[in-house]
Design a protein around this ligand. Structure first.
Ligand code: FES
Length: 316
């Protein structure tokens, strides 16, 4: 149930959700997790939780009214009210916090991308750890949750802010990241240009503990030569065998065959459809798995990824 909705800054609202009955318990979550909102208009949208794990049986999300909204964030901003009931998924986490890290963890947040990072920072402060945050936005007045970050700032949490309109352009992440120990863990969530700059900066600096989360699919082009022909896909649990064209994502064929599989964004960003690969190789086209995870061929996002090998065995 929607407990409260309040405006954080122009175009951004924070929504607190709790179970419809106080006897119900929401599934626990770890910092960095997100949930899906199943909207009455049939759309499913993922939002990161920004409250600290373990807080009293509630989830808090931040929702930006996307100017290019296809009916998700616009519906939430215009139609959702306190007291309404809405269906949500259990939390999922593809942006996990390394809670055991002894060094100061370093975070780069861009705009609404601050939401999972806020939960991580709250968790680190609960654990008595230290963190440094580089928070970037177009302007101070459009920076969501800046007050929350400022309240968290302390000897344990140092905050560096960058506002494009005051600085005259985007930040130089490589310069900002270079001042930190190379063995620290580095996290980033924000718009695609920032994530690309973060990845390039981490590579240039030789940083290895790098974590990022995309909330929009990154552009992806697979080599056409790898996509010709059919793949025989065996589904280990259901005992089905399917012939799938390699040039199409796997999800639709699985649904057509009546396979019961969870999915949400259908863009390769939420992780809902992650499926274990038992044999064979996928042509990965998602924005969830890291390069190392893609190379390991242990799982695939079937909503966008395709079969690369002539035969695959999936844990379905
Ligand atoms: S449904 Fe979201 S990654 Fe596949």
């Amino acid at each position: 149930m929607v407990d409260t909705i309040h405006t954080i800054c122009p175009g951004v609202i924070s929504i607190e959700l709790s179970p419809t009955s106080p006897q119900q318990l929401l599934p626990p979550f770890a910092a960095g997790a997100h949930i899906d909102l199943h909207l009455p208009n049939g759309l499913v949208r993922s939002y990161s939780l920004h409250n600290a794990p373990g807080t009293a049986n509630r989830y808090a999300i931040g929702v930006l009214h996307d100017s290019a909204s296809r009916g998700g964030s616009r519906w939430i901003h215009e139609q959702l009210h306190a007291g309404d009931q809405i269906t949500i998924s259990a939390p999922r986490n593809h942006f996990a916090l390394n809670e055991a890290q002894e060094q100061t963890s370093v975070f780069v947040a861009g705009g609404i991308g601050v939401t999972p990072i806020l939960s991580m920072l709250r968790r680190l402060m609960q654990l008595g750890k230290t963190a440094h945050v580089i928070y970037c936005a177009r302007s101070r007045s459009s920076a969501p949750f800046l007050d929350d970050l400022s309240r968290l700032a302390s000897a344990s949490l140092t905050l560096h802010t960058h506002f494009d309109d005051e600085a005259g352009g985007p930040p130089n992440l490589q310069t900002l990241l270079a001042t930190h120990r190379k063995d620290a863990h580095f996290y980033c969530c924000g718009p695609a240009p920032m994530l690309n700059s973060f990845e390039a900066s981490c590579t240039a600096l030789g940083l290895t503990h790098v974590h990022l989360e995309r909330f929009k699919a990154e552009a992806c082009t697979a080599p056409p030569a790898a996509l010709n022909g059919l793949c025989t896909v065996e589904l280990r649990k259901s005992g089905l065998t399917l012939e799938l064209p390699k040039n199409q994502p796997t999800l639709q064929a699985l649904l057509d065959a009546g396979v019961d599989i969870e999915f949400s964004c259908e863009e390769g960003v939420c992780g809902a459809c992650e499926t274990r690969i038992l044999e064979g190789e996928a042509e990965h086209r998602d924005s969830v798995l890291s390069g190392a995870q893609k190379a390991a061929q242990k799982s695939m996002m079937v909503c966008v990824s395709r079969c690369r090998s002539d035969r695959m065995v999936l844990d379905l």
